[in-house]
Every structure is written in structure tokens, then in C-alpha cells.
Design a protein around this ligand. Structure first.
Ligand SMILES: *Cc1c(COP(=O)(O)O)cnc(C)c1O
Length: 393
């Protein structure tokens, strides 16, 4: 057994050797005071940056009043947050939980219940996308994830039929009498910032309608403002039946949600699902504070503008270093920089230079900064990137 820093921690993460002690806005600081420009944002979590004053105040205020009382009672923050999400989205009902994986689980259970309640208990299979990622529970790794995430956990859960992403013909060919739903990330995050075309998402809606399937979008990573809309599917003009949300929704406080239409949720009755910590008052206070900021006028417009500015800048770097860098992909502030060879070394160089990014699969470096960045942060990031790539060649 290895001794040293972190030796008592289950070694399921490849941690870098830096320690983070404090965060402020779009910067993180080591205990020694080294400053990092945080364009990883806790893997697309800190949408409003670190120590956002409005969020800190909401959490502190709630901490003085009530931490937990169980779901046996109403708490004011719960109804308010659910009503606001319903007013802002396709959804009629919201279930709150604590992590993305749980939000996906809720959706997977809901889609089975829907068909069961509608007299089709044999419809339980879900068409999933190759390259998809949906979390770490047994059902979630059965639905997606790469080989390392799945290896050694067999037998995985039955009932998932993966097809090629962005291939409508493949989706339709996979539909059978037992198919219950289609599960898709509008932008695959872990898989390498693969963007679903609007035509693909629209086509999935048509197929779901034609075959009586539910359309389940996993927006844990691409939702909550990241693409310049509250949810990415809005930009394709498509209404899903179920959406899982997490990451940005709590800005780092453990909070997630499963949103659904009344029809999709029709099988969910008292006792059919639950979570002890779900809709906990602390989480609801933070979630409502996140919505205060995100639903304010021009917030999403700012995300789109910064996204376009950052993407243009990244494209210029790719043009400057065509031997090292292949392309920029993504929407809004969910961007990916694809490298020609293994990207981990470049991620390390960026970190040494003071810029944090998040590696994804297929040599894609995810660039998912807080949505509150300004042009000067983009300029700073591009300068660090230029220097790092120059040294990497
Ligand atoms: C991160 C992620 C999850 C899992 O979320 P956890 O909070 O780690 O359980 C699920 N789906 C997508 C698309 C994600 O990016």
C-alpha cells in the first residue's frame, strides 16, 4: 500500500499533486497562495464561480434556520424551487436528489413506471448512445460509461441498447416491442464534448412520438445555463419527457433534480421513490439562489457571448498549432479542445501555467469555465494556453 498524501483515501481518482484551499470568483488558490484560473469549474459544477456572495449568504442564512426535517413535511424552499423550474422549462413535476447519478436513476425508474402504469410492463428497454456517460451507480454504468467504469462490475443491468450517437437510422433500427425510452446527452461531456445535432434531437422526438417512447435527456453537465440556455435541448426546439439535472444546479452544494412532464411522471405515486436528503432545506436555499442569478435578464446572453469569444480565441490557437491541436467543439461555455496525441501532458502544462481544465475521453480537453467569466479571463486563459502548447510541441 502506497503511503503519503491521500493514502487513506480509496484510490479511485488520479489526483494531481496540488491542494486547493480556497476559491474566489473564477480563481482557486493553493494553501501557499498560488493562483489558478479555474476553467474546469469542478467539472462544470461551479457555474457561478467560487464563494459567490449571493449563494454564500443564502447558505449561511439557511444554516441558521433549518438543515433537515425529512420529506414528511413541506419546506418553503422546496415548493418554490420546483415551481420556478416548472415555470422555466418543459416540466410539470420535479424530484430533487443529491447527485447526477441519482437524478438519472430517478428518470430510469420513472420511465419503467410510466409504461407499467400504462399497461405495458414488458416495455423496459432504453436506447442509449455510444460515448454516453450517466453516472456511477450500477444502473448508470449499465446505461453508459467507458470500459474502465464498467470493467469488473459484470453482470451489468440488462435493458440498455447502445447505438451510434447522432445516427437516427441506428436509433430507429434499435427500436423493438420492449423499447421504453431513448436516453441521450444533448452534449456528451465525459465522452469528449460531442454535440448532438439539432436534427438528431428533433428526429429523436419524432421517433419517440411515433413509437410511444419517452425521450429522456441527461443534462447533468450541459444543462443549467452552460450552453447559453437554461437547458441545451431548448436550443434544438425540442421538448423532452424527462430531464436529469445536477452539477451547475447547486454550484457545488450537492443538489440534483429529475424533471418530467405530468404524463411521464404519471406512474410515480407515494412510496414509489424517495431520498432522505433529497430536497434538503440547505440544498433548496442554494438552488433557489442559483436560480436568482441565472434567471435574471441577460444571464444566458452573457454565456453565449463569452462562449463565442472563447471559441473564436481557441480556434485561433488551433490554427497556430495545427500539429498539436485538431479542433474546437462545443456550444456556449461547454467547449472541448481536441489534441492529436494524448492530452494529459498538456492538461498538466496548463495547470503549471495556472489554468485548470478537465480532461475528457478521446484526447479532448474540456474547457468549462464558470459562466460568470469576463473577456479578460478569456484573454488570460488563451495566453496560458498559447505558452503551454508552444512548450508541448
Ligand atoms: C457528471 C454526470 C453524471 C453523474 O453525476 P454525479 O453527480 O457524479 O452522480 C451523470 N450524467 C452526466 C451527463 C454527467 O456529466
Amino acid at each position: 500500500m502506497q503511503k503519503g498524501l491521500g493514502s487513506a483515501v480509496l484510490p479511485v481518482y488520479r489526483r494531481s499533486d496540488i491542494t486547493i484551499a480556497r476559491g474566489e470568483g473564477v480563481y482557486l488558490f493553493s494553501p501557499e497562495g498560488k493562483r489558478y484560473l479555474d476553467f474546469a469549474a469542478g467539472i462544470a459544477v461551479n457555474a457561478l464561480g467560487h464563494s459567490h456572495p449571493h449563494l454564500v449568504a443564502a447558505l449561511k442564512n439557511q444554516a441558521d434556520q433549518l438543515w433537515h426535517c425529512s420529506n414528511m413535511y413541506h419546506v418553503t424552499g422546496l415548493n418554490r424551487m420546483a415551481e420556478r423550474l416548472v415555470a422555466a422549462t418543459f416540466a410539470d413535476k420535479v424530484f430533487f436528489c443529491n447527485s447526477g447519478g441519482e437524478a438519472v436513476e430517478c428518470g430510469l425508474k420513472m420511465l419503467r413506471k410510466y409504461h407499467d402504469a400504462n399497461g405495458n410492463p414488458d416495455r423496459y428497454r432504453v436506447i442509449t448512445m455510444q460515448g454516453g456517460f450517466h453516472g456511477r451507480t450500477l444502473a448508470c454504468i449499465s446505461a453508459g460509461g467507458n470500459d474502465i467504469a464498467r470493467k469488473g462490475y459484470e453482470p451489468l443491468m440488462d435493458g440498455f441498447d447502445p447505438v451510434e450517437f447522432n445516427n437516427l437510422v441506428a436509433v430507429e433500427a434499435a427500436i423493438g416491442p420492449q423499447t421504453a425510452a431513448i436516453l441521450v446527452e444533448p452534449i456528451q461531456g465525459e465522452g469528449g464534448v460531442n454535440v448532438a445535432t439539432h436534427e438528431f434531437l428533433q428526429g429523436l422526438r419524432s421517433l419517440a412520438d411515433r413509437y410511444g417512447l419517452l425521450l429522456f435527456m441527461d443534462e447533468v453537465q450541459c444543462g443549467m445555463g452552460r450552453t447559453g440556455a437554461l437547458f441545451a435541448h431548448e436550443q434544438a426546439g425540442v421538448k423532452p419527457d424527462i430531464v436529469s439535472s445536477a452539477k451547475g444546479i447547486g454550484n457545488g452544494f450537492p443538489l440534483a433534480a429529475c424533471l418530467a412532464t405530468d404524463a411521464a411522471a404519471s406512474g410515480m405515486t407515494p412510496g414509489s421513490h424517495g431520498s432522505t436528503y433529497g430536497s434538503n432545506p440547505l440544498a433548496m436555499a442554494v438552488g433557489n439562489a442559483v436560480l436568482d442569478v441565472m434567471l435574471a435578464p441577460e444571464f444566458f446572453e452573457h454565456v453565449s457571448q463569452m462562449g463565442a469569444y472563447l471559441k473564436t480565441g481557441l480556434e485561433a490557437v488551433v490554427r497556430r498549432f495545427p500539429k498539436a491541436l485538431q479542433e474546437v467543439r462545443g456550444t456556449g461555455l461547454m467547449l472541448g479542445l481536441k489534441t492529436h496525441r494524448s492530452h494529459y501532458e498538456l492538461v498538466d502544462r496548463l495547470r503549471s501555467g495556472g489554468l485548470l481544465t478537465a480532461p475528457a475521453e478521446n484526447n479532448v480537453i474540456r474547457i468549462v469555465p464558470p459562466l460568470i467569466i469576463g473577456p479578460a479571463h478569456v484573454d488570460e486563459a488563451l495566453e496560458i494556453l498559447n505558452t503551454a502548447v508552444e512548450g508541448w510541441l
